[in-house]
Design a protein around this ligand. Structure first.
Ligand SMILES: Nc1ncnc2c1ncn2[C@@H]1O[C@H](COP(=O)(O)OP(=O)(O)OP(=O)(O)O)[C@@H](O)[C@H]1O
Ligand SMILES: [Mg+2]
Length: 591
């Protein structure tokens, strides 16, 4: 035995000879064995719901209430009118009131909707909605309770009978709502109003604050009217830019290729069908008689058995067989995109760029069974991008801004971990005419819609980089990038052409003077002839370049139109500035 090994053995012996602390027995450890409710778990782990950090928490609260209001209005086909009021009650102590004109909540569900974690109308359905877990609003109720000890006040009306007013808290031990002061309200009100207080939060005006969150919500939801009343009392209204209520997203069935064994067993347990075969046909997308015939031959049990008695092994056999079988791709018609025209209009009114390019990719499927679709827009120039540094000439430079959305809800946090950011970063933007894309006047808008958004965490702030999603995101970026490339190229050529023209005209004047002297001809006439020659030469050069340039998806005509629009805008702005300048000068004189 080596010296080292001997010392080690002695040390182990010493520690077990009662000198050191004794280990616990299984029985002793078992005394500490306790069960916890999901509410207790989240009470301890609020950060998992995105409820962490003073600013982020307040934005997440606004996010949870706003997404719920938008979802409810969409289901009820109501044009949303949402008002968020934030009041400062003390240091890092705020009250948030969220009011909507949605369908309201019934007396039976209101308590559970806002006071029971993992309860709601969305978790169990494959439908494109902003919420999907049943923890958003109830998580916020829990936060209010643990930071202030106060109740969440609710007034809700469904349009049938009188609206009700009540106070809600959560009993964390049992994950059940506690309701107090339930009364009827003698006023007409349809919708939901929630008022809750929070400590340890802060209202600021930053890129991750409620105002920016609501600005982006308005961009992706141009049919919604959204009002924010800031702690200062200032009221900011994002007006709806159109009055078409989006189509109600359709509920979809799971696709056989994407189903997991556990899901199959659960669905079977709650099925009202008498036979496994009819249960499969009724509960899965694209599963018809032919598939059942194939399945009958492949599995080792009778598909006429009661689905309630489907064992794990049998479900596993079906799932494995599904993997080998051919099915038509999942239905994707239940997805409702914002639409190119609306995205364009929103970006135009809020970002005021020089050029916009928008694409809607065809719906696709990830993980074998979840339909999704990407919509993307790139706005270039004007007020696109974020404010950057000021250059030596005092010019305010702009930086890239990536606006990420999932089912029309803005994602402001966990930027680096999100598939959208990764897709943008993976593109070689130099190929699209942008030498330094991070410092370009660019707003990149991406909305991922799906019946199930694969978030990276329960905080719902970043999308996981599923292979198929990444692929579609990249294609969307390339599609929009190509159009931008053509526009930037055109813009650059126009500027170069103008510089050349000026230079040639300058020489033309000098040449005209000399030639006039030599030939005794009129100087102006010579100058005009030379100008015409210059223009002819430039046109020929342009045509040569046009033949050499790669074909973009936009026609020259479209680009020309965009360019003209830009020139018109610049002219107007110059005129405006000129007028302002004159006014200021007059004012100065008067003083
Ligand atoms: N303003 C509202 N109007 C009508 N129903 C609402 C409103 N807010 C919440 N609900 C109901 O309460 C349920 C629970 O809301 P909650 O935010 O906790 O979960 P969710 O929206 O289903 O999913 P997520 O956890 O992803 O937000 C919702 O599913 C919805 O049925
Ligand atoms: Mg929600």
């Amino acid at each position: 035995m080596t010296k080292e090994a001997k010392e080690n053995e002695e040390a182990v012996q010493a520690s077990t000879e009662g000198k050191a602390e004794k280990g616990l027995t299984a029985e002793e450890i078992a005394k500490e064995f306790k069960e916890h409710s999901v509410a207790e778990f989240f009470k301890k782990n609020m950060q998992m719901l995105g409820l962490t950090g003073k600013i982020k928490t307040l934005t997440t609260i606004v996010h949870e209430y706003t997404t719920n209001s938008l979802d409810a209005c969409e289901e009820a086909k109501i044009l949303p009118d949402i008002e968020i009021q934030i009041k400062e009650l003390g240091e890092e102590y705020y009250e948030v009131t969220a009011k909507d004109n949605g369908p309201g909540l019934t007396k039976e569900t209101v308590g559970k909707a806002l006071g029971k974690i993992l309860a709601g109308t969305k978790f169990h359905r494959m439908v494109q909605m902003r919420g999907q877990q049943g923890i958003g609003a109830s998580g916020v109720t829990m936060l209010s309770q643990i930071t202030t000890g106060k109740v969440v006040q609710v007034i809700t009306g469904t349009g049938k009978g009188k609206p009700i007013s009540l106070d809600i808290t959560i009993d964390p031990k049992n994950n059940e709502p506690k309701i107090a002061n339930l009364t009827e309200v003698n006023k007409d009100f349809k919708g939901t109003m929630i008022r809750a207080k929070f400590k340890g939060v802060k209202y600021v005006n930053s890129e991750q604050a409620p105002l920016e969150y609501l600005r982006r919500t308005a961009i992706a939801n141009p049919h919604a009217q959204i009002t924010l009343i800031e702690p200062s009392g200032e009221k900011i209204v994002f007006k709806r830019t159109h009055r078409d209520i989006p189509a109600r997203p359709m509920e979809m069935k799971p696709h056989p290729k994407g189903v997991k064994v556990d899901e199959m067993v659960t669905l079977a347990k709650y099925s009202s069908e008498r036979k496994v075969s009819s249960f499969l046909k009724g509960n899965f997308d694209r599963l018809g008689d032919k598939a059942i015939e194939e399945l009958v031959k492949a599995v080792h049990f009778d598909l006429n058995k009661d689905p309630k008695h489907l064992s794990w092994e049998e479900a596993e056999e079906v799932v494995n067989q599904f993997r080998k079988m051919d099915f038509i791709a999942p239905r994707t018609d239940g997805l409702i995109p914002i639409g190119e025209a609306q995205i364009r209009k929103s970006l135009e009114s809020i970002v005021k760029p020089e050029f916009i390019s928008v694409v809607t990719r065809k719906p696709s499927v990830y993980s074998g069974g979840f339909p999704f679709q990407i919509e993307a827009g790139i706005a270039y120039g004007g007020e696109a991008g974020r404010m950057g540094e000021t250059n030596e000439e005092g010019q305010q430079l702009r930086k890239i801004e990536i606006m990420r959305f999932a089912n029309r809800a803005p994602l402001l946090f966990d930027t680096g971990g999100c598939a959208i950011t990764k897709a943008v970063q993976s593109i070689d933007w130099k190929r699209y005419g942008m030498k330094d894309y991070e410092n370009a006047p660019l707003t990149i808008f991406v909305n991922l819609i799906s019946v199930h958004i694969p978030y990276t965490s329960a905080g719902k702030q970043a999308i996981s980089d599923e292979e198929e999603i990444m692929e579609e995101l990249r294609l969307a970026m390339m599609d929009t990038g190509r159009k931008i490339y053509t526009f930037i190229g055109h813009q650059r050529r126009q500027a170069e052409k103008e510089a050349k023209r000026r230079m040639y005209y300058k020489y033309a004047t000098e040449v005209a003077i000399a030639v006039a002297e030599l030939t005794h001809r009129n100087k102006k006439e010579i100058e005009e002839e030379l100008h015409a020659l210059v223009l002819k030469h430039l046109k020929m050069e342009e045509q040569k370049e046009k033949q050499a340039e790669p074909k973009g998806e936009m026609s020259e005509e479209e680009i020309e139109k965009e360019y003209e629009k830009r020139m018109e805008r610049e002219k107007k702005e110059k005129e405006k500035k000129g007028k302002k300048g004159k006014k200021a000068a007059v004012g100065a004189e008067e003083e």
